[in-house]
Design a binder for this molecule. Structure first.
Ligand code: GLN
Length: 289
């Protein structure tokens, strides 16, 4: 019968030896044990001599071996924090990344003066972006779309669990569901973190992405095909002065700026994430004749 302390030491050793990313072995072991015994990490430190029940120990060992096999922590525990909100996560959606918070931040900054605004999040996945905005701006009217019904089911569940009521979820490809809405009110901002990895990128064979849905990750034309469609199709959905804000790969800044730079968009700019990498490009709809 192993104690909390022993289980952590053993779990850490197994992960340090066998997981392909062992840099977080200790933290991962603590998170998985906390999940198995339904307690916080602080609790684990307070009760090092406690002996978890056998089913709890078995669950923990199973989680450790799945982690050794590379499964992302967020899928193992079914949770991930984004913008301070705890989201339910499963294999049907991309695991929200901290870099994506830059999109939320930029939108809040650009629309700072607007009491009420219409905003769309295209390819919402877990609902991360739309729900962060809905949480910050309860008066905004937010539409979140996704091509995957499984993703939308999860995103709605997240909205309900967080008590966020101003986000509606629609099924369809990119702008299609928004363009079909009865009310023809144009958006003040459209955001998205579309798939932007090239199908042959070797990074797809490494780390968490191996377990994430391909639909959420890859795009044709060196990863730019979906970004191109979105930039083109959003013109008719944005009002004059409205913003389109898209996340992209760290090497795609220049190409994305080029796609934005048409007769329709001005104020095109690429913003860097906390690691100093190009991450988000924005553009603003010019006066429409
Ligand atoms: N919008 C979601 C997120 O940023 C999903 C993005 C995606 O699946 N490409 O996490």
């Amino acid at each position: 019968m192993a104690t909390i302390k022993q289980l952590i030491v053993d779990g850490e050793a197994a992960l340090a030896e066998n997981a392909d990313d062992s840099s977080s072995a200790r933290l991962d072991a603590e998170i998985l044990l906390g999940f198995a015994v339904k307690q916080t990490r602080t609790w684990l430190y307070t009760w090092p001599e406690h002996i978890p029940s056998l089913p709890q120990q078995h669950l923990y060992l199973e989680l450790i071996s799945r982690r050794e096999n590379g499964e992302p922590i967020a899928y193992l525990i079914g949770r991930r924090e984004f913008w301070g909100l705890e989201l339910i996560i499963n294999e049907n959606v991309l695991i929200p990344r901290p870099e994506t918070e830059l999109l939320v931040e930029t939108c809040l900054a650009k629309l700072a003066g607007l009491e009420s605004a219409r905003v769309a999040d295209l390819g919402t996945g877990s609902g991360a972006i739309a729900l962060a905005l809905g949480y910050e701006k309860p008066m905004w009217e937010i539409t979140a779309t996704d091509k995957s019904n499984d993703a939308l089911a999860l995103a709605s569940k997240n909205a309900e669990a967080l008590g966020i009521a101003n986000v509606r979820f629609l099924n369809g490809d990119w702008t299609t569901p928004v363009s079909k809405l009865q009310e023809k009110n144009a958006c003040h901002a459209i955001l998205g973190n579309p798939p932007y990895i090239d199908e042959n990128d070797p990074h797809l064979q490494q780390g968490d992405v191996r377990f994430e849905p391909e639909l959420a990750l890859t795009s044709a034309e060196n990863g730019l095909a979906d970004i191109r469609v979105i930039i083109h199709d959003c013109v008719s959905l944005l009002e004059t002065g409205g913003w389109l804000m898209l996340e992209h790969g760290y090497q795609q800044g220049e190409q994305v700026r080029q796609i934005f730079t048409t007769k329709d968009y001005g104020e095109v700019e690429t913003l860097k994430d906390l690691s100093g990498n190009d991450r988000v490009t924005i553009g603003r709809i010019k006066n429409k004749e």
